[in-house]
Design a protein around this ligand. Structure first.
Ligand SMILES: [Zn+2]
Length: 307
């Protein structure tokens, strides 16, 4: 069994920061957003967080060799076709149902097996006890439970929907494409609806027998060592190894996180402060729209001013 800590939540909720912090703990290896690795790295040869292109990164080349006899043996288009067929948010009810058709189940199992092989190899190459996959997509978490060799544990990261919505309106470049592309942007109402869908799906995942722990972005920034200790317990890791946290900053070392938020390239001291810019920068009308659309879950997660 390979133990995988899957970070789930809507993008811009702090999953990359959490992955980087977890990656500093002894026995943990952060892999990045594996869901995007197939297309962006295996096919597109984008940059690993270590700075090297995927095809020149020793870590990922060793993983590919061990898992598949080399990445050239991975049929990326098959993986993407499987993803399209099974790993969609609208397919979650089917993925959660006990009455899935045999043919569909075979596709889900085949899809999950690509991840299982990658994880198993990454565990051997890194020597880590726990791998972190920050893919975020709830539908992928539902798929991964179909791989018998994956000891799947999900950390559901939630952040105030108004902060998430504001972040999705901003322009962010993708350094791994050498500045050629920008990250996707969404309107506040669109991100509010996505926030509802992803968080609802992750809030009921435990009913399928997957251990799920909910972490608020704001709590992580307010008391990082407490939250990381709780996640260590949840992951079966020994507590400790928090020396990289001091005086409100985290000292981040290099890693091989593949595909994901530009923050994965950051090395050195990072201030641990909540990004609450939305409180002044998100226009009142948009704030009211997001608050209204997300009110039930905002209230359930303990956020104020839901209405
Ligand atoms: Zn690398």
């Amino acid at each position: 069994m390979v133990r995988v800590l899957f970070l789930g939540g809507l993008g811009r909720s702090g999953t990359t920061l959490l992955e980087r912090l977890l990656g500093e703990l002894p026995g943990v290896c952060p892999l990045g957003e594996v869901v995007h690795l197939w297309e962006r790295d295996v096919a597109g040869d984008e940059r690993c967080a270590c700075g090297a292109h995927f095809s020149s990164c020793d870590f990922w080349q060793a993983v590919g060799e061990k898992a598949f006899g080399g990445w050239q043996h991975v049929d990326v288009w098959r993986v993407l076709a499987l993803r399209h067929a099974v790993e969609r948010t609208r397919h979650i009810p089917r993925l959660a149902s006990v009455r899935m058709s045999q043919s569909h189940r075979l596709l889900v199992e085949e899809y999950a097996d690509w991840y299982a092989r990658l994880y198993e190899a990454a565990a051997v190459v890194s020597g880590a006890e726990v791998l972190v996959d920050s893919s975020k997509h709830a539908a992928l978490a539902y798929c991964l439970r179909f791989a018998p060799s994956i000891d799947l544990r999900v950390v559901h990261v939630v952040r105030d929907s108004r902060g998430v919505a504001y972040s999705w309106t901003k322009t962010v470049r993708r350094p791994e494409t050498d500045g050629l592309e920008e990250m996707t942007r969404y309107s506040p109402s669109r991100s509010a609806l996505l926030w509802n869908a992803h968080n609802t799906a992750l809030s009921v995942l435990h009913r399928c027998g997957v251990p799920v722990m909910r972490v608020r972005y704001e709590s992580l920034l307010d008391s990082p060592s407490t939250v990381l200790s709780e996640i260590s317990d949840f992951s079966g890791l020994d507590r400790g190894g928090m020396d990289f946290l001091h005086g409100g900053t985290a000292e981040l070392g290099p890693c091989h996180s593949a595909a994901g938020n530009p923050m994965r390239f950051t090395v050195g001291p990072v201030p641990l402060r909540r990004d609450d810019a939305w409180r002044t920068a998100l226009p009142g009308r948009q704030r009211r729209v997001v608050s209204a659309l997300t009110a039930p879950l905002l209230g359930m997660y303990g956020y104020r001013g839901a209405r």
